[in-house]
Design a protein around this ligand. Structure first.
Ligand code: GAL
Length: 830
C-alpha cells in the first residue's frame, strides 16, 4: 500500500536516485537485460551407485565414479525385476543409495557475495556437504530447497567440492514409480548480501477490470550485511519485454534482517491471462544501493480473475469454463523421472491437441518447468502437496517424515508456486487415510491455515474418495441414497471446494449435499486400455479387477486390455460415463481424468509382467489411444472423424467398428465400396458403432452435415510388414546438449499401410554429436530397457528419443529390423 508520508532530505535523495535509475533503465529502448542471478549447475557431476554390501553406505578414496550431467534418475537405468522391493507399484525398478559430487571454483570477486545452491528436487532423503561441512537433509523428494554455501567456500584457484547423498534405499516408499536421484535441475546462485529472498515475491491482482488491474507486490528483501542498509527498490512491470509501468520505494533495512515491502501498481488496459491466450507479465525488482544496482529479481505473473461458483462452476475472466483436465504423474516415460523441459512440453502439446485445459500435479509438487509451461500454454493447474499425511500408504513413505517436515514442505511449495497464473487450486492431499476421522479434520485445518497464510487468492481442496458416500456398489453402479454419509474432510470447513475422486454417480446430487460449496472432480475415470489392442463385443463393460478385493488380473495373454472404451477399474468408470455427467450440469466445474499419459508403475492389472499403467489416454511413448479422439471430438473445435479398430481380422469374424465424430449429423460406413449403414449419435451418445463381418480391403467412413460431406477417412487391411518409416516431431532442435527430438517409428506394409499387429524388434543407431536417450513402445509388459538402442514395437509403433549435443551439426538416425527395409532421418541441431 502506498501510504502518504513526509520524506526527509535523505529519503528525497533516494527517491531522486530511483527516478534516475528508472530513466536509465528505460533508455535501453524500453527493454531490460535480465541478468539471471542463478546459473545452471547441471553439468560435470560424478555419480556412484552404492553397493550396500561392499560400500556400507560410505564413500572413500577407492570409490569409483562416472561422470554425468543432471537431471539424473538412476532407477531408470536398472533392470525390471519381479522381486524388486519397489514392487510393481514402483515399476519393478530398484531404488538404492547414490552419491553425487562436483568440483568447482568460485571467483574471488564473489567473496563479498552470497553463493547458494538450489535443488529443484532430489528423490529422496538428500544430504548435502560442501567442503566437508554438512548443510542439511531434505526427506521430501519433490520439494525445492537451497543452502547458503558462502561461509564454507574457497575462492580463487582453490577447488570446492559439493557432495550429495541420496537415499532411496528403503522400499517401497511410493505407490507409483518415483525415480531416484537428483532428478530435477540444480542452480548456483550468486547475489549481493542485500537481495530479494528466494521465492521472495508475491504478486496478486486484487481488482481486475477491462480498463485496469491493480497489481499488488509483496517483496521480501534480505539483508545479510552486518550493518543496516538503505536502498531503493524499483519494480518495473514488462509485457513482452516492453515496459508497462513501474514503482519505486526507498527502504532502510536493519542488519541481518528481512523486510517485507508492499507496492501497488495500476496496469491500464491489462491483457488478461486465459486458456486460449495465456498472456504473461514480468515484474523485475531492482535493488540499488547508492545508485548501484545490486540485485535483480524476475517474477512472471498473469492478470486474471476467477471464481468457483456453486451454480455456474468455474468462471475465468467472467466466462464460464468447464475444466477438462487430466492427472499426471511426473515421470516422462522412457526418460524416467529426470526432468527435461522439451519432454514436458511435448506431453502438454499432445494433451492440448485433445482439448485438455487442466493439469493436476498428482500427487506432489511438480518440477518448476511444468508450471512455467502451464503458464505459457494455458492450463488450469491443481497443485497438489501430499499423497499421505501421518498414516502410511506404503511401508517407508513420507508419513515417516510427516511430523517434522509437513509444515515446512507445504509452506515452501506455496511460496515457490504462488505467482503462477496457471494455478487455481491447492490440493492438500490425495485419498488421505485420515479423511474419515476427526484426526483428519484437525490436520486438514492446519494445512489449510498454512496455505491461507501465504495465499488467499486460490481455493483449497482435497481429493477425497468419495466426498459423499452414497453406498454405491462399484460393479453394478447401484446406490442407496438413504444411506448417504459424508467424508469428514468434506464437512470440516477446511476446504473451499469439494474434491471428488470417482463416484461420478453422486455428482448430480452435489448441490443438495453441499449447497454452499463449489464442486471439482479431482480425479475420475480410471479406465484401462492397451493401445491398438481390441476385443469383441465392444459394448460389454468389463471391470478389472472384478471386485477390488480380488487379484488384479485380466486373464488375457500379455495382460492386454481392450482399447475400446469398455474396461474400467471398479472404483472408476468408462471415459464416456463420467464425461456425460460432467458435461450435463453447469455446477460441475470440471474434472481431472486419471490419467493423461500412462506412467511407470502402478500397473492395473497389478500382476507381472505388467510394470506400467494402463490408465493413460496417451500411452507411455506418447501415442494416443483411440479414446483420445472421443475427447478431441468433444473438447476442441477441430473437425474429427476417427474410426477404429484396425482392419486386419479373420474373414467372416464379426468386428465392431466405432466412430468418434463431431460437426456432422451422421456417418456412413463403406466396406470395399459398399455401404454398411448410416449412424448418428442419439441423445448423449459419444460414439456410433457398426457390427460387420470382416472382409479384407478398405473401410471408409464419411461424415455429413445437412447431406454435405464434412470429412472422409479410411483404414485398409495391411499386408505383410515390409518397411520402417521414421517421423521426427521436430527435425531441427537446439544444439544445447538438452533439447530432444521424438521420432516415431511406424512399421508399414509395402503399400505404406500401418501393420497393426507388427511387433518387430527395431535397432537404432545415431551418427553425429547427439545421443539416443530413450526407446519405448508404450507396451506395459515390455521389460526391455528404455535406455537401450533397440526395442520391440507394439502394434506397429515405437518411439526413439534423440538428444542434441553441444555442437551444431546434422544427426543421422537409422532404424533397422530383420526382414524390413530400414529407414533414415536427419535431425539438424543448431
Ligand atoms: C486413485 C489414486 C491414484 C491412482 C488411481 C488408480 O484412487 O488417487 O493415485 O492410484 O486411483 O485408479
Amino acid at each position: 500500500m502506498n501510504k502518504k508520508k513526509n520524506f526527509n532530505h535523505f529519503q528525497k535523495t533516494l527517491i531522486l536516485l530511483g527516478i534516475i535509475i528508472t530513466l536509465a533503465f528505460n533508455s535501453k529502448g524500453g527493454k531490460t537485460d535480465l541478468n539471471s542471478r542463478k546459473i545452471n549447475f547441471n553439468s560435470g557431476w560424478s555419480f556412484h551407485l552404492n553397493d550396500s554390501i561392499k560400500d556400507k553406505d560410505t564413500i572413500n578414496s577407492t570409490t569409483t565414479w562416472r561422470t554425468l550431467n543432471l537431471p539424473h534418475d538412476w532407477s531408470i537405468e536398472g533392470k525390471f525385476d519381479e522381486k524388486s522391493p519397489a514392487g510393481y507399484g514402483g515399476g519393478a525398478l530398484n531404488g538404492g543409495l547414490g552419491w553425487y559430487k562436483k568440483t568447482f571454483k568460485v571467483a574471488t570477486a564473489n567473496k563479498t557475495k552470497t553463493t547458494s545452491i538450489i535443488f529443484d528436487g532430489v528423490y529422496r532423503n538428500s544430504e548435502v556437504w560442501i567442503n566437508g561441512h554438512y548443510l542439511g537433509k531434505r526427506p521430501n523428494g519433490y520439494i525445492g530447497f537451497q543452502y547458503d554455501l558462502s561461509p564454507y567456500l574457497n575462492y580463487g584457484d582453490k577447488d570446492n567440492e559439493i557432495i550429495v547423498k541420496v537415499d532411496n534405499s528403503k522400499q517401497p516408499n511410493s505407490r507409483w514409480y518415483s525415480g531416484s536421484g537428483i532428478f530435477r535441475n540444480v542452480w548456483l546462485q550468486t547475489t549481493d548480501k542485500l537481495h530479494v529472498e528466494q521465492w521472495g515475491t508475491y504478486i496478486t491482482t486484487p481488482k481486475v477490470t477491462v480498463k485496469s488491474a491493480s497489481v499488488h507486490l509483496e517483496t521480501t528483501i534480505k539483508n545479510q550485511y552486518t550493518a543496516s542498509k538503505s536502498a531503493t527498490i524499483l519494480t518495473t512491470i514488462f509485457k513482452n519485454d516492453i515496459k508497462v509501468t513501474s514503482v519505486t520505494q526507498n527502504i532502510s533495512i536493519a542488519a541481518n534482517a528481512n523486510q517485507v515491502l508492499n507496492q501497488d501498481i495500476l496496469v491500464n488496459n491489462p491483457v488478461l491471462w486465459s486458456i486460449e491466450k495465456p498472456e504473461l507479465y514480468t515484474a523485475v525488482t531492482i535493488i540499488s544501493i547508492n545508485n548501484k544496482i545490486v540485485d535483480e529479481y524476475k517474477t512472471t505473473f498473469g492478470i486474471r480473475n476467477f471464481k468457483f461458483d456453486v451454480n455456474k462452476g468455474f468462471i475465468l475472466n467472467g466466462k464460464q469454463v468447464k475444466i477438462k483436465g487430466v492427472c499426471m504423474h511426473h515421470d516422462l516415460g522412457p526418460l524416467g523421472s529426470a526432468i527435461n523441459t522439451r519432454a514436458i512440453e511435448r506431453q502438454l502439446e499432445i494433451l492440448k491437441g485433445m482439448g485438455v485445459n487442466g493439469i493436476r500435479t498428482s500427487h506432489n509438487p511438480p518440477a518448476p518447468e511444468l508450471l512455467n509451461l502451464c503458464d505459457k500454454m494455458g492450463f488450469i493447474v491443481m497443485d497438489e502437496a501430499f499423497d499421505m499425511w501421518k498414516k502410511a500408504k506404503t511401508k517407508y513413505d513420507y508419513s515417516l517424515n510427516w511430523d517434522k517436515w509437513h509444515a515446512k514442505d507445504l509452506q515452501d511449495q506455496i511460496l515457490r508456486d504462488r505467482n503462477h497464473p496457471s494455478i487455481f487450486m491447492w490440493s492438500i492431499g490425495n485419498e488421505i487415510p485420515e479423511q474419515w476421522s476427526d484426526e483428519g479434520v484437525v490436520i486438514a485445518k492446519e494445512l489449510s491455515a498454512i496455505v491461507k497464510k501465504l495465499d488467499t487468492t486460490r481455493l483449497v481442496t482435497a481429493a477425497m474418495n468419495p466426498a459423499v458416500n452414497m453406498n454405491i456398489d462399484a460393479v453394478t453402479l447401484q446406490f442407496e441414497k438413504s444411506k448417504t454419509y459424508f467424508n469428514s474432510l468434506a464437512t470440516s470447513g477446511a476446504l473451499d471446494i469439494i474434491g471428488y475422486n470417482y463416484a461420478h454417480q453422486t455428482f448430480e446430487y452435489h448441490q443438495k449435499n453441499f449447497p454452499n460449496v463449489p464442486f471439482i472432480a479431482t480425479e475420475t475415470t480410471s479406465a484401462l486400455e492397451t493401445r491398438g489392442y481390441y476385443e469383441f463385443p465392444s459394448d460389454t463393460i468389463k471391470v478389472w479387477p472384478v471386485r477390488w478385493d480380488l487379484p488384479f488380473t485380466t486373464g488375457n495373454p500379455n495382460n492386454t486390455v481392450s482399447a475400446f472404451d469398455q474396461v474400467r477399474a471398479p472404483w472408476g468408470s468408462t471415459h464416456e460415463a463420467t464425461w456425460k455427467v460432467i458435461k450435463k450440469y453447469d455446477f460441475l466445474a470440471g474434472m481431472y481424468i486419471w490419467t493423461g499419459f500412462d506412467y511407470i508403475g502402478e500397473p492395473t492389472p497389478y500382476e507381472w509382467p505388467s510394470i506400467s499403467s494402463y490408465f493413460g489416454i496417451v500411452d507411455l511413448a506418447g501415442f494416443p489411444k483411440d479414446v483420445y479422439y472421443m475427447y478431441q471430438s468433444e473438447w476442441t473445435d477441430k473437425t474429427v472423424l476417427h474410426i477404429f479398430p484396425h482392419w486386419n481380422w479373420k474373414v467372416g469374424q464379426n468386428v465392431d467398428v466405432w466412430a468418434y465424430y463431431n460437426n456432422a449429423d451422421e456417418v456412413e460406413l463403406f466396406l470395399n465400396g459398399k455401404s454398411v449403414g448410416v449412424r448418428s449419435k442419439k441423445e448423449d451418445d459419444l460414439h456410433v458403432m457398426w457390427r460387420i463381418p470382416f472382409q479384407a480391403g478398405t473401410l471408409k467412413a464419411v461424415s455429413r452435415k445437412n447431406g454435405k460431406t464434412v470429412l472422409e477417412t479410411e483404414i485398409k487391411t495391411a499386408e505383410a510388414p515390409a518397411l520402417l518409416k521414421l517421423t521426427a516431431d521436430r527435425n531441427t532442435i537446439n544444439a544445447d546438449g538438452n533439447d530432444l527430438s521424438f521420432v516415431t517409428v511406424d512399421i508399414l506394409d509395402a503399400n505404406g499401410v500401418l501393420s497393426p499387429n507388427a511387433n518387430n524388434e527395431i535397432s537404432f543407431s545415431l551418427k553425429g554429436n547427439g545421443k539416443i536417450v530413450g526407446v519405448c513402445s508404450g507396451d506395459p509388459v515390455s521389460h526391455e530397457s528404455y535406455k537401450g538402442t533397440k526395442h520391440t514395437a507394439l502394434n506397429g509403433k515405437c518411439l526413439v528419443v534423440i538428444q542434441s549435443g553441444n555442437k551444431a551439426e546434422k544427426l543421422e538416425l537409422t532404424a533397422s529390423a530383420n526382414d524390413l527395409k530400414s529407414s533414415k532421418t536427419v535431425i539438424t541441431t543448431k
